[in-house]
Design a protein around this ligand. Structure first.
Ligand code: GUN
Length: 607
């Protein structure tokens, strides 16, 4: 079973994994004590995957025999994906378990778990580095052993490492080399329980850095909805939740902003069908069993709803904004968010060139998002010395005379006037007003000259220094929108080279533009290299699938325009990539480049 990327916002992603759409929450089912039945989970709550504990089943004679006879799916009456855990958590709680790694892996296989887990060694937060290292070595040894007994079952290889980033990395590299199907991040429950969220995000990040990006990542025990947005932002695909029932037993209600005790709740802050059905007083007076059931339903509903909101935010490419608003719910979440921002340079590799949603400023952290780091880095390519001005948007279209070399003062820093339309400069909202400030005297630039400078500057920003001159030299005809006055198409020597997108201010390349950049930039710049099986189809304008990609420019970002070439570096197509290099080289399923034009089938042009 392979992950297929469907939608993304940075490292956060919506994937298909078999019949499951991620990010997904697997409710924990305790087969000894079922509060909401797996079938109800599926039919009433739309749950696509559940997790249960193979060790608990194995320890109970009747359950064990039943599971072996009927298989897990029949026994639990669940027609979706079932993952099992191995007993590691019980060894963390009770100190030990009465089963070996081989036995529990074989048992999971024999009861037909879809995903089984090795008996990893739990790394506690107070372990010394030596203890953690030894636990990682033993976990890897058991992982290797488990691969021999897994049968057809997918195998989860947890990444341990406690609170030590370098040991998380060590564990991730070791487990990755063993090529598991699924990577849980383990050993974080005690950190979660103590609100040590910054250490949890750090653990996730250091693991993700060394795991194959096409593999699912699960946060073991990260079941509080408060933490879901941050975890998804750094690439978590699966959560499990025992919290929905654990908190219910304790008369506590989960909300995306935290937990409330039933007796303290007077004005429920969120809708849930359960709280609508009953008055709070009615719930308080229920018999234990009924009350636990009602609260568990509420908790599960809220948890699943939070996953849906996150997915919608990914779909809108507005997850950073969503996380920033959520991070204000608890100081430790804010601390964790600030920790994530320390990894901006690495996170930038996964950030799209632009987003469907505008950049919304929610506080000073906003200006540290990876997309702003990129903007600042690329702006270093521009060495303008002209006057510093302020001007309300849309900038040049508000100016009667254009100051030569002007730089506009913005919250992102000084931006050359000709880069006014690129994302996120123009597509941003700040909680303050824009003003007009021009020097009394300035040297003017003629509108035609400004337009030429504009298209060249955008190309230099988007593709690299020198791209503007390579694309736009010769007899240049700039076609503008009659409605907005914005540049739409650029024709050079009678050939349609590129179009400028109204939404994000970047270029869409035509095949003639691709030829020009291919001549200008040497291999591997701007390129995705495909094997010959793929090239013949891409020449006809068909999309590039990730499994045919053999190499790619590491500087390309999701959403970038790319030159599709064969292994002899001959141009075969031009299109837009959905992934960066490490993703394109690792995903086995799904599209890597949406091809616009193949060399053998150029699209009809404006000229
Ligand atoms: N459940 C919560 N934490 C862990 C862990 O580290 N390993 C396993 N196998 N299960 C867990």
């Amino acid at each position: 079973m392979e992950m297929e990327l469907r939608d993304r916002d940075g490292l956060a992603r919506i994937c298909r994994f078999g019949d499951v759409e991620t990010p997904a929450l697997m409710p924990v089912i305790n087969p000894n004590l079922i509060v909401i039945s797996p079938r109800e989970m599926k039919e009433k709550f739309g749950v696509e995957a559940i997790i249960t504990n193979a060790y608990i089943i194995w320890k109970n004679h009747d359950l064990r025999e039943k599971a072996l006879k009927e298989g897990l799916h029949k026994m639990l009456d669940f027609p979706g994906l079932i993952m099992t855990d191995s007993g590691t958590f019980q060894s963390h709680v009770y100190g030990d378990v009465e089963i070996t790694n081989r036995e529990i892996v074989e048992f999971q296989r024999d009861i037909h778990a879809d995903i089984g887990t090795i008996l990893d060694v739990f790394t506690e937060p107070d372990f010394s580095q030596e203890e953690v290292k030894a636990a990682i070595e033993e976990t890897a040894r058991r992982g290797k052993e488990a691969k021999r007994y897994r049968g057809d079952m997918l195998l989860a290889g947890p990444v341990q490492g406690s609170i030590y980033p370098h040991l998380r990395e060590y564990a991730a590299r070791k487990m990755n080399a063993l090529d598991f199907d699924y990577y849980p991040i383990g050993g974080v429950v005690p950190l979660m329980e103590n609100y040590r969220y910054a250490e949890v995000v750090e653990s996730i990040i250091h693991a993700k850095m060394h795991l194959n990006p096409s593999k699912p990542v699960h946060l073991f025990g990260g079941g509080h909805p408060m933490f879901f947005p941050l975890a998804v932002l750094v690439g978590v695909d699966f959560f499990d939740s025992a919290a929905y029932v654990k908190y219910a037993r304790d008369n506590r209600l989960l909300f995306p902003h935290g937990t409330r005790k039933l007796e303290e709740l007077k004005y429920p802050p969120y809708y849930s069908p359960i709280l609508e059905k009953y008055e709070l007083e009615e719930i308080k007076e229920m018999e234990d069993e009924e009350r636990v059931r009602v609260l568990a339903e509420h908790n599960l509903y809220i948890s699943l709803e939070e996953i849906r909101r996150i997915k919608q935010a990914i779909h809108e490419e507005a997850l950073w904004e969503y996380v920033e608003s959520r991070a204000r719910e608890h100081p430790q979440l804010l601390r964790a968010y600030r920790k994530i921002l320390e990894y901006g340079k690495w996170l930038e590799r996964f950030e799209g060139i632009s987003k469907k949603s505008g950049f919304f400023y929610t506080g000073r952290e906003s200006l540290k998002r990876p997309i702003v780091l990129r903007l600042k880095k690329r702006l270093r390519r521009f060495k303008s010395q002209g006057p510093v001005i302020s001007v309300p948007r849309p900038w040049s279209r508000n100016l009667e005379r254009l100051p030569k070399g002007a730089r506009v003062r913005t919250p992102f820093g000084l931006i050359p006037l000709e880069l006014e339309d690129i994302y996120p400069v123009q597509q941003s909202e700040f909680p303050w007003e824009e003003s007009l400030e021009l020097p009394e005297k300035f040297e003017e630039i003629a509108p035609e000259e400004f337009d030429l400078k504009k298209i060249r500057s955008i190309a230099d920003y988007q593709f690299g220094k020198g791209a503007g001159a390579a694309l736009f030299t010769g007899d240049i005809k700039i076609i503008k929108s009659k409605n907005t006055g914005k540049i739409r198409n650029v024709i050079v020597d009678g050939e349609h080279v590129a179009s400028l997108r109204a939404e994000d201010g970047f270029f869409t390349l035509r095949i003639q533009g691709a030829y020009r950049l291919h001549r200008k930039f040497k291999f591997p710049r701007l390129r995705v290299v495909v094997n010959d099986d793929s090239a013949q189809f891409n020449k006809q304008g068909r999309n590039v699938f990730a499994k045919f990609v053999v190499e790619m420019d590491a500087n390309l970002r999701p959403g970038d325009e790319v030159l599709v070439v064969n292994e002899k570096d001959e141009l075969v197509a031009v299109g837009r990539t959905l992934m960066n290099r490490e993703e394109c080289l690792n995903f086995q399923k799904g599209m890597c480049v949406k091809v616009r034009e193949g060399v053998d089938r150029p699209k009809s042009s404006l000229v």
